[in-house]
Design a binder for this molecule. Sequence first.
Ligand SMILES: [Zn+2]
Ligand SMILES: [Zn+2]
Length: 142
Amino acid sequence: MELLFLLAIVGGAITAAVAKNRGVPGSPILWFIGGALMFILAFPAALLQSPDPEQLEKNKLAGGDVKKCPRCAEFVKVDALVCRFCQHDFAVAEKARQVAMLSSALPAQKNCPKCHQDVMKQAIRCKHCGFQFEAHQFRRAL
Ligand SMILES: [Zn+2]
Ligand SMILES: [Zn+2]
């Protein structure tokens, strides 16, 4: 309630100051009380305002207890394995995501067609047997 009290004082002070500056007739004290009352009334009104669905969505996600289903865009519990709306399988999707992450984390490698050792994908020449990849690819393209 302290916040409300503070808001009322600030609101009252602003209203009184504005009234005084604009030369509005009437006692600044009355304007102060009027402004304070208005703020007290405006504050619960702001709280009771129908929430913005977009903001609510952000709050939910920020809370970390829900996740958005990539398939139906509904919110489901963060621990859910299957979407209760569309039966989207999070476990499978999560697994695929992990695999994708893992493979992207690994240095890209290719297999040497000659000695079958792993070499860097951007390698032109096999470091194990000296096989020339570019020349090989070029020949294949022809
Ligand atoms: Zn879903
Ligand atoms: Zn090789």
